[in-house]
Design a protein around this ligand. Sequence first.
Ligand code: ZN
Length: 497
Amino acid sequence: MEQKLIIYNTLSRKKEEFKPITPGRVGMYVCGPTVYGDAHLGHARPAITFDLLFRYLTHIGYKVRYVRNITDVGHLEHDADEGEDKIAKKARIEQLEPMEVAQYYTNRFHQAMDALNVLPPSIEPHATGHIIEQIELVKEILDNGYAYESQGSVYFDVNKYNHDHHYGKLSGRNLEDVINNSRELDGTGEKHHQVDFALWKCAQPQHIMRWPSPWSDGFPGWHCECTAMGRKYLGNHFDIHGGGMDLIFPHHECEIAQAVASQGSDMVNYWMHNNMITINGQKMGKSLNNFITLPQFFSGEHEALTQAYSPMTIRFFILQAHYRSTVDFSNEALQASEKGLSRLMDGMKTIDQITAAEKGTGEHFDLPYVDELRTKCYEAMNDDLNSPILISHLFDACRVLNTVADHKATISAAALDALRELFHTFVLDILGLRPEAGSNSAREEAFGKVVDMLLEQRMAAKAAKDWTTSDRIRDSLAALGFEVKDTKDGFSWKLNK
Ligand code: ZN
């Protein structure tokens, strides 16, 4: 690999050089959505963060096997072990088969991901399709003495595990903290200790999602699926496991415990976590009425939104922050992102509009300028995926392009070609931004062609010394807010909003 990628490992709490287990190949697992409702902004962040990583690893030459699961069973309300299954609850209320609910929201999730230009993972396994693997995992943990059966359910014995290993090494907790912070439930439960978590749950008679097992008709605990499916598709040891910071405890802590308790060693080398999104400084939540889904962002149909925001605006908004920083959503912040995105996209268009020239009176940009810029762009990405710094370098390049467009500087043909390639690589391939599709941009393009047509008529009028027509076209366009400039090879225009 030409590039030396440094990433922050949540497990070691420091930045480390990324070294894959198998040279040239990367195994990467990211926790996907629970499909019982539309994805919201909080789901867009891990999807885009790990899409950026997937794209960058691929760009720098790795063959990446990217696994992102669909949780369609076992994610219970309240906490991992108590309450009703979220999908089963929705199915009961809407009188649907649970798989209809899961499929419906899986389809909607895929549509939102396509709109955000998030590439599909290499494998997208469903928890319900891997019940056998999860039962095998539970058996191994039982055989190794780190779990116990109780009334048809199986629980992980956290105390026993912590005696031999460290429960809490990912989240930086020790067992005492965990015990002090766990909710005390009344009465005697099935668990020996409050901190123990379910590996298998015996289903209540009314529970519709259930499978046979050696212990009972029931369903797997939520944490089992990622350990079982990660191992199935990426092996006993793989490179990267990612997700949102809210998954560090208990989900990922439990995954580590399950891996060590079953196979005797850690499964994952690098744990990576994106930070959270707050809305006007508050945590997102259904009860706060600031729970805005992605389809609502795209349509603008939510009382907290002053307008619709395009998927690329949302993507750019997320990429403008480093993935380990918090991001606060507000209409103002998204509007700023909308402007920033069009500045970047306009900069890219400018490359095709300006003409190369040899050194003139102003500053001249040649290949060394682009080489230096490219180095800086890679440095930003290699430094733990620093997308905001990368974007600031691209904005600098947009300023250079604008000075050339304004005839205050010149650029060589070779530099222009190299810049075109650089923008293509970093803006389209790595950041995954794309010119917005759909009626708006198509209309804008047609509309731009009409302006070009008028200005060509004005040029013809000028050539024929028909100054009246030429001035009338220019003045009419100016009245509509168009700024028209005569250039050496014709004209340029922009619309001042
Ligand atoms: Zn997971």
